[in-house]
Design a protein around this ligand. Sequence first.
Ligand SMILES: N[C@@H](CCC(=O)N[C@@H](CS)C(=O)NCC(=O)O)C(=O)O
Length: 194
Amino acid sequence: MEEKKCEVVLFGPWANAFCTRVELALKLKGIPYEYVEEDLTNKSELFLSLNPVHKKVPVLVHNGKSTAESLIILEYIERIVPSFYIIFGSKDKEREKAIEDSSQLLKVFEEGIEKDFPGQSPFFNGEILGYLGVVIGSLACNYQAVDEAIGVVLISKKNQKFLSWVNALKNYPLLEEKLQPHDKLKLKERVTMH
Ligand SMILES: N[C@@H](CCC(=O)N[C@@H](CS)C(=O)NCC(=O)O)C(=O)O
């Protein structure tokens, strides 16, 4: 492995569903990576040193740190490229670009949802709140408080589908009960951001 060439390296055999899961996430986030083919019938020393306990693929190496288990890797990827955080940390032209990039990613998400759950608005998978709604709702439903606190529009008007899902989720009783009150959260975000 030539770590200097690419800071993200994925180890996995061809046509492995768990590795495909990770590759989809990397591509969705636009992260360049090097793919290293691992032969599971003859595991390399390097691979065994990266995942010495479970010895399973996929393994993702980022800046020399290895992570195993596909779902944990997805969480890790989300942490290294969280688009909303790039928006918070940027200014002027850089922020405009970050907002546009984020909008493009939401477009990919909207298209995927429309393809997999056609005609099932307002919730991703029908009338009942599912896990996807929980994942997205907890992250995005408070967008207005964050927008007002930092003075940007986090969810672009170009992402009407996403906005309508998020607004529907906001009014779902369980989320209504758990989400922080708008004004209190706005105050907290203001303090955190400045
Ligand atoms: N829960 C794991 C499953 C990974 C897994 O089962 N990998 C298999 C290939 S499908 C493996 O590496 N097997 C090699 C072995 O057990 O020696 C994930 O999501 O990453």
